[in-house]
Every structure is written in C-alpha cells, then in structure tokens.
Write a protein that binds this ligand. Structure first.
Ligand code: GTP
Ligand code: ZN
Length: 322
C-alpha cells in the first residue's frame, strides 16, 4: 500500500519551473467529486450528495479556474464539519460553459456557469420593459454554447406575451409564461432533471420565481426602483440550487447587458441542423442576413423548404451581431 499524505501541495507546487510538469501530477481519480454551488471571496461552497463542504483552491488551479456549476475533486477534509476546509485540486472537464463579455467593445470573456444544459432567459413582460436586443444576445450565447434556451416570460399580469411569442416561437424557442399565483407545472416540467441557468435583467422576477420553485431558497427580492425603472441588484453571486424533484437551477445575478463579442455567427447557425445544412450552399462568408446576396436561406424559402417565419425569426436574432 502506498503512503498518501492528506496534503498534495508538496507534490504539485511547481518548483523552479514556470509550468507544472503534468506527468508529475498526483493521481486524483480516487478523490470525491463535488459540485460547486457558490463562490464567495475565495471560498468554494460545494456539495457532495447533500453534504455541504467548503473548499479553497489548489495551487495548480487558476484564480478564475473554478466557476459555479463546476464538478471538482476535493482533497483533505471533506466531512463538511463546522470550521473544516477542503481543497479543490482538479476541475473535471465541462460539458458546457456559458460566457459573456461585459459589452461588445470588451472582448474579455467572463465564464459565468459550467455544465448547464438549459438556459432560462427570464424576461419581464413589463416593469422593466422587455428588450429584444438583450433576448437576442442571450439566445446567441446559448446557441453558441450548445445550451438549450427557453424564454421564460414573467409578469404576464402586467402585459401580454403575444408579441414575443410571435417573434421567437418560429425559431423553436420554448416559451413559458408566469405571473403571480400562476400554475408552475409547465415550468417545473421543463426544469426536471436538467441543469438550468437563469439569466435575466435585474428586476425581472428571477428570485421570485426561484423562491416559488425551490423551497428554502430564500433568494432576496426587491421592488423595481420607481425612479430608474431598473431593478436593484439584490442577488450578488451565482448560486446552484437542487430542485426537489431532481435537477438544478443556477441563478445568476441580474445583468444590464450581455456581450457576445466572443461568438461567431457561424457557430450559431451550427446550432440549427436544418439551417446548417442549407448554409452549405451559401457563398463563402455569407452572413445570412437580409442584405446577403445569394443566401441559400432565401432560396429555401422561395422553394418552400424553409418557413418565412422561421427565417425571419432567425434573422431577428442574428441582428444581435450587427
Ligand atoms: N406584477 C408582477 N410583479 C412581479 C412578478 N414577479 C416578480 N415581481 C416583482 O418584481 C420585483 C423584482 O423581483 P425579483 O424577484 O427581486 O427580481 P430579480 O430578477 O431577482 O432581480 P435581481 O435580484 O435584481 O436580479 C419584486 O418587487 C417582485 O415582487 C410578477 O409575475 N408580476
Ligand atoms: Zn447564407
């Protein structure tokens, strides 16, 4: 039997070398895997089953190398007992990664959430007014990351969802509509057994919805400021919460913008198998927009192989790149 110390720092600290020698890395495959549910000032709150364990970051992992939703291997004390600290020594490969740039001039990508397979674009029908530009950008980021988007429209007691349903339905985006006291069965069904990240402008009612779906979530909610029409930022960091019926919600802080400078239009087309196939007949470098010359999408519509509504809906979203 080999002797294993609790502390691998002696092994994995790169000494007199600029880069760690990966072949010398210890084998972490026997360590327990935990899900990172929140990050607060360098402390990683993790869950192993239903046990909360707090961890710090191992030295071989970058400062930004762990994000909420990551699955990590924990070394050291994983009892979760009061006052104990474990150490995250390895991040398992991510199935997806949602990123955004702060705005389009800023090419710096911020990874937001790892391993989500569904994205709820939470949008209020009023107070604050829906911004289709923002919906389009988040949609683009979702398709680029190969995360299934769902448009979740809140505050249906204040305004009708018809216009948005018409705009985004033909693209195949599932649409859910909520208001205070509304039946959440369809929402719960959409969330069941998925890992869903919630993204939305501040004040759209994300926390209100999360609190209805996850008992004991206690997400702070606040009235939308009457002066600015903008919500106050009541949630400060992403938080993963397990749903009572299975599955996870990862709530993210309200955003005011969603930059997509890191996304290429081609990657978005690739998320739609029917359009990707048509695009093979497009001229090289075709942007597939309404001014594109000889775009195969227009031919497909003319020949009845693509519905004009679907093309219009796709082009509306692609305007996010303009
Ligand atoms: N009329 C109406 N008001 C709602 C609805 N859902 C939430 N609200 C109100 O909208 C305000 C903002 O709700 P929150 O749940 O705090 O919004 P949030 O999206 O979590 O905001 P941030 O924490 O800033 O990201 C609160 O006053 C809620 O009571 C709804 O369906 N209809
Ligand atoms: Zn084209």
């Amino acid at each position: 039997m080999s002797i294993r110390t609790d502390d691998h720092e002696g092994f994995d600290r790169p000494k007199r070398r600029s880069r760690p020698r990966t072949k010398d890395r210890p084998d972490y495959s026997n360590l327990p895997v935990a899900r990172v549910v929140s990050i607060d000032r360098g402390r990683y709150r993790c869950l192993i089953g239903d046990r909360h364990v707090t961890a710090v970051r191992g030295r071989l992992i970058d400062r930004k190398g762990i994000i909420v939703g990551d699955m990590v291997r924990l070394d050291g004390d994983v009892s979760g007992a009061e006052g104990t600290l474990s150490r995250a020594v390895e991040v398992l490969p991510r199935s997806t990664m949602l990123r955004r740039s702060a705005d389009d001039a800023d090419t710096f990508e911020r990874p937001i959430v790892a391993n989500a397979d569904q994205l709820f674009i939470v949008t209020a029908l009023a107070d604050p007014q829906p911004r289709v530009g923002m919906i389009d950008r988040i949609l683009v980021a979702a398709y680029d990351a190969r995360i299934d988007p769902v448009l979740c429209l809140t505050k249906a007691d204040l305004a009708s969802p018809d216009e948005l349903q018409e705009a985004y339905g033909p693209l195949g985006v599932p649409i859910l509509v909520t208001e205070p006291g509304s039946d959440l069965t369809a929402v719960a069904e959409a969330l069941a057994d998925r890992v869903t990240v919630f993204v939305g402008h501040s004040g759209v009612g994300k926390s209100t919805l999360v609190n209805r779906l996850v008992p004991h979530a206690h997400r702070a909610t606040a009235a939308v400021s009457e002066l600015t029409g903008k919500g106050r930022h009541t949630s400060t960091s992403a938080l993963a919460m397990e749903l009572p019926g299975g599955g996870w919600i990862i709530d993210t802080p309200g955003v005011r913008s969603f930059g997509i400078s890191h996304v290429s239009p081609d990657s978005v087309v690739g998320a739609f198998p029917d359009l990707a196939e048509l695009a093979e007949d497009c001229p090289r470098g075709c942007r597939h927009d309404s001014t594109a010359i000889d775009c195969a999408f227009d031919d497909a519509v003319a020949e009845g192989r693509l519905s004009p509504e679907r093309l219009a809906s796709f082009r509306r979203m692609e305007r996010a790149f303009a």
